[in-house]
Design a protein around this ligand. Structure first.
Ligand SMILES: Cc1cc2nc3c(=O)[nH]c(=O)nc-3n(C[C@H](O)[C@H](O)[C@H](O)COP(=O)(O)OP(=O)(O)OC[C@H]3O[C@@H](n4cnc5c(N)ncnc54)[C@H](O)[C@@H]3O)c2cc1C
Length: 414
């Protein structure tokens, strides 16, 4: 059996590795020259425990994120050396209730209590969250601690949490190597997928552009892991989304700073269209200020070419504005531009989500991110990754639908 996987982001790459480990031949199609080149590279890498999803009254987003976060390391360690992951983790996040927050401090604390209870339950069922063993899951910071790290006038309340981010650049490096080393994965780069057609014997043909139109197949199964362009290909097969969606295009700014000379607090501002700062032990610092970094939105069925979008943006303006606003909240951010050993790099990607209004609308569906995952139409599988946090878990789900682990284990392939 040969399976076609469309898109080599975190989802497509992990699905390819999982299927290949189960003995399946995989053709992985990607328009770029390397894997993990778009959203799965330029994101913040937060392994969401659900703290930030305080505005989903159903709490289903928190539950969904917890599942992904608790299986993230275990899933990745099926394909790469898991002992390397610990060194890729950021400091734990401070959560700052910003002065313009949509939710009050008591509302945030109620949500944090809910998250903590669910984490405890999840721990009792087994699995682990990267970097966390035991101890308080969140703790309020004293006003004196707040004043040491932040501008107290901007902060209504602050909490130390156990949530962390993982350096997606380091993850990408090891996954690219794993893809290159796997004998059952054929990586077809520079291939812009245009359509998936049915072919004889209930199989599929992938139609793509690579310096001219190409066709390849037949494939027994297809996994559509195209993220921002996923609906376009689904739609051409008659799979209509039937509800509004948004692709938001968001930039963050990256620096390279020696953590021994400057240690910027890792923090998230909540709740609203605000921002984050993440300092990875690898020396990479990521900052994002949403109003500056959000450079566009689309709810249309059109092909999204990230490199074209980026070429129209004044990235220097994004950097300057993000630094200015964030340093007013976290003064150490002002030192990044001088401390960085490499020029600051503003880049990002698309964020696909159901909904039609942005996150500054308290009623926006964008606060609810649980209706995601693998949808199968026969042997055509289309996956809404939802979040980086969830990709390894959904990769295993997609693989299970194509080649259940038990079957391949019986055949001695795992
Ligand atoms: C700025 C930013 C910050 C984020 N922060 C976080 C965070 O902190 N935590 C978190 O959990 N999530 C975060 N996310 C979301 C997360 O990045 C995505 O959910 C995740 O990376 C999606 O993975 P993917 O593999 O589905 O998509 P991608 O990584 O985008 O992979 C899709 C692949 O398909 C390829 N492709 C697209 N169209 C075609 C085509 N027609 N033909 C061939 N190839 C094609 C693309 O080149 C790409 O390689 C963030 C996203 C952004 C943009």
């Amino acid at each position: 059996m040969t399976v076609a996987i469309l898109g080599a982001g975190l989802l497509g790459s992990c699905t390819a590795l999982e299927l290949a480990e189960r003995g399946v031949a995989v053709h992985l199609f990607e328009r770029n020259a390397e894997a993990l080149h778009e959203a799965s590279y330029w994101n913040e890498g937060k392994l969401h425990l659900g703290f930030v999803y305080a505005n989903d009254p159903s709490q289903k987003t928190t539950l969904q994120m917890l599942e992904g976060a608790f299986s993230f390391a275990a899933s990745l360690s099926r394909w790469i050396d898991s002992s390397a992951l610990e060194a890729m983790l950021s400091d734990p996040f401070d959560y700052i209730v910003y002065r313009d927050s949509m939710l009050s401090v008591p509302e945030v604390e109620r949500h944090f209590d809910f998250v903590s209870d669910r984490i405890r339950e999840r721990q009792a069922q087994g699995g682990s969250y990267p970097g966390y063993r035991d101890g308080a899951l969140y703790q309020p910071m004293a006003r004196a601690d707040i004043a040491e790290r932040y501008n107290p006038d901007a902060v209504l309340g602050a909490y130390r949490t156990v949530e962390r981010a993982i350096d997606g650049w380091a993850v990408a490096a090891v996954l690219r190597q794993a893809l290159a080393n796997h004998p059952r994965i054929e990586f077809i780069t520079g291939a812009r997928v245009i359509a998936v057609e049915d072919s004889a014997g209930e199989q599929f043909t992938v139609v793509y552009d690579a310096d001219g139109p190409q066709r390849q197949g037949p494939y027994e199964s297809v996994v559509n892991a195209l993220w921002a362009n996923r609906l376009l290909i689904d739609n051409a097969r008659g799979l209509r989304p039937g509800r509004p969606w948004l692709n938001r295009f968001k930039l963050g700014v990256n620096y390279r700073v020696d953590p021994k000379s400057l240690r910027v607090p890792t923090m998230t501002l909540m709740l609203g269209p605000f921002g984050d700062v993440v300092h990875f032990p690898t020396g990479r610092v990521y900052i994002s200020w949403y109003p500056a970094g959000l450079i566009g939105m689309s709810g249309q069925l059109e092909e999204i070419d990230w490199s074209k979008i980026l070429s129209t943006v004044d990235v220097e303006r994004v950097r300057v504005e993000s630094e200015q606003v964030l340093s007013g909240i976290c003064p150490q951010v002002a030192q990044l531009a001088d401390a960085t050993s490499e020029p600051p790099l503003a880049n990002g990607g698309a964020i696909f989500a159901w909904g039609k209004s942005d996150i500054d609308d308290p009623d926006s569906v964008l606060h609810q991110r649980y209706e995601v995952g693998v949808h199968s139409h026969g042997r055509y599988h289309t996956v809404d990754t939802g979040k980086y946090t969830l990709a390894p878990m959904f990769a295993q789900d997609a693989a299970n639908r194509i080649q259940p682990a038990a079957r391949s284990m019986a055949a001695g392939a795992v």
